[in-house]
Design a protein around this ligand. Sequence first.
Ligand SMILES: [Zn+2]
Ligand SMILES: [Zn+2]
Length: 270
Amino acid sequence: MLDWDFHTHTVYSKHAHPDMTVANSLAAAAAAGITRLVILEHVPEISVERNTVAQWKKGKDERTQLDAIAADLKETEASFPSVKVLRGVELDADPIALDGSSMLKDLSGIDIVLGSTHVFPGGAAFWFDKVSLPPERGWKIALEWAAWAERFVRSGVPHVLSHPGDLVAARELVPPFDKERTLELFDPLLSAMAECGVAFELNELLGAKLPPAYRETYSALVRRARGHRLKFSVGSDAHSPAGVGKFNWAIELIEAAGVTASDLWQPHAS
Ligand SMILES: [Zn+2]
Ligand SMILES: [Zn+2]
């Protein structure tokens, strides 16, 4: 059913499997029957060397990894004619400025921008850092995040919002997605996405990262997004060749939320 994969990483991330070269990724995509593939990397880099927010910030406006992917694609792309490749970036919003601006200005040669917020508003930590917060503080941060993400969407830079809700759900800042007040928190963001034509990503990897109560109720957020008439971008977020084009949780979400083929997003890039 799904022969697109709009979110795959490479060895240049410095945290992917050592086999995840651009050539191996293309071969895996071809073998999995993928016809449109987005190959991307993070800006700023998220890696062992850049594992604090202070170090991560140094990667602002660095596009070394994107240029390395582009160079590899020049060599390899023609060998896999069944796979149409798009050059992407998984681009963070600036968590210090909080004005919706991005961490990379030069987007030349980039077909697809997946917008993300991997860092808490204000820059205190990454979303995957094991901070736990009292409920009042959680709501405060979640509200800041939602308003910031909306400004990012309205900046006109992202085509897709990647793994929406990651930060609030992984850190349990608000109750799970079966609670109306949690869905209401997302409404202004979802309606801005609809207005600006920004797609909602169904990210395969997110399922493995969420606490059970959030994973089990995430389809309610997807349904809410559908209610706002959003389009959905499907991405494995693969970090190894075996993960390219492999969708389980994304398919569960599609079925549970009643997402149809016409609700799926496709990049317009040539
Ligand atoms: Zn991400
Ligand atoms: Zn990613």
